[in-house]
Design a protein. Structure first.
Length: 198
């Protein structure tokens, strides 16, 4: 990406970064307004990722738009008596099945993208995308382990964004690594006090 293109992207990327940080900080506090920040941030990122040939990341952000609405509804009106969902945990067996599914989907879509498109880093892009699809559902249902999934996804995503010249986004994901740790600890405390087994 040349300097002129980078400068044109910067204000939009900066806005998306601020909204994304707000989303994660609010999610760590279990505040349903996080989903509004997610909606706005992902709308911007859908276009940005498409413009730098991260096709799976762009598709992922279109999915995030829908999940922002779903997550907000779940946090506000889901769960028992429509009073919102509580933090829960998944069994180890369920995680094994989910992770295997993510790896299979990533391999399949990575192969298709690598042979049929101009996608950059097709296998890594596919892994982070399918992992994020699952982790987003986990957030919407307040599954505690979502934070662990996000740590791995965020760590793997950083080189993608550096390679594509999205430096603010790369730094955002570095910040995510720190925020995720605090989010996990906050949700773990809440789970121990009021959580449910799912």
């Amino acid at each position: 990406m040349d300097l002129a293109a980078l400068l044109a992207v910067f204000p939009w990327e900066g806005t998306a970064v601020v909204l994304a940080i707000a989303y994660l900080l609010l999610a760590a506090r279990e505040h349903s307004a996080c989903w509004i920040c997610a909606l706005l941030s992902t709308a911007i990122y859908t276009v940005l990722f498409w413009n730098v040939s991260l096709l799976m990341e762009s598709a992922l952000n279109a999915y995030y738009l829908l999940m922002a609405v779903y997550g907000w509804l779940q946090w506000r009106y889901g769960g028992a008596a429509h009073a919102g969902v509580r933090i829960q945990r998944w069994s180890g067996a369920r995680h094994v099945v989910v992770i295997a599914g993510v790896m299979l989907l990533a391999g399949f879509s990575g192969y298709l993208l690598g042979h049929n498109s101009t996608a950059a880093w097709p296998y890594v892009d596919s892994f982070t995308t399918w992992g994020a699809v699952v982790a987003t559902v986990m957030v919407a249902h307040k599954v505690l382990e979502n934070w662990i999934y996000w740590f791995v996804i965020d760590l793997v995503s950083i080189p993608l964004y550096v390679d594509r010249g999205l430096m603010l986004t790369a730094w955002l994901f570095v910040a995510y690594l720190v925020i995720v740790v605090f989010g996990f600890r906050a949700w773990l405390r809440e789970y121990r006090a009021h959580g449910v087994v799912g």
